[in-house]
Design a protein around this ligand. Sequence first.
Ligand code: ZN
Ligand code: ZN
Ligand code: FE
Length: 329
Amino acid sequence: MEKISFRLELRWNPLLREWVIVAAHREFRPWQPKVECPFCPGSEEIREEWEVLALPNRFPSLVENPPPPFSSPKFPYKVEKAYGICEIVVETPNHEGDLCNLSQENMRKVIDLFVERYRELGSKDFVKYVFIFRNKGAVIGVSLHHPHSQIYAFPFIPPKIERELKSALEYSKNHGKCLFCDVIKAEKEDGRRIIYESKYMMVFVPYSAMWPYELHIYPKRHLGSLLDTNEEERDDLARVLRVVTATYNSLFDFSMPYIMVFHQVPTDGGKYDFYHMHIEFYPPYRDKEKLKHAAGVEWGAGVFIYSGEPEVRAKELRETCEKILGKIS
Ligand code: ZN
Ligand code: ZN
Ligand code: FE
């Protein structure tokens, strides 16, 4: 295996006040290699027996020992070393499938590994935020199809999380309670956007959904991160993730691409008891044939246009979910 030298840095966008990771070495990563899957048992990277495992990302965007920045910016620009860790969670030795194709026991092991990696990576000094996510499907830009999730341990709190934290803090100051707990209450009272409710989780299309079939999973109990979940909640979440992905895959009778993200409290040592962990799914399709594209208004102005009604799509998802429920153990 050739050793790649890292050429990467964080560049500050002074207009949007956001970091951009500039990873020059990532140009050379394999694009859907035809030869050998690096995540299949027996490959160069994985030799022993395993069911789920975390591996370092071979083409990381952030590294534990980052090189000095390669650009020499002058005012008003700013650069930082790209501190962080990028890991892959290989979810099964099987080369094909989605979360719904994993057994309940296997999926539970994936959750346990998420918990362990969140704890381990979050305990590092330079890690302010542990971001767990899953990209699925070629249209999302996935280069390796073997079922896997990813983890980015960031040296800063990502802007989307920062915004949610700010809203939740302000809400708790103004109303004396949790914004997310109140969203659960509002969704329950309305009911039209609920797709599925388990003992511990609420699954719904958000009121102001951006993506056509976007859905969110909120734990009903006020939890900051996976570290706060108990055994039963972990089992339940494992099953709910299988239900949700099975629902997506039978919606149009093809394997639905999606982005799945975990939003949890930062690991920077701050107190965030006003925040409530949740999981978000963004599939890019708006019907069987058409993709929803984020284009001029979305990218250029930051305003999403939702074509259709979230309540109508929620009904489709709910009915699909009811049909597949019997098949999920
Ligand atoms: Zn494979
Ligand atoms: Zn809450
Ligand atoms: Fe969120």
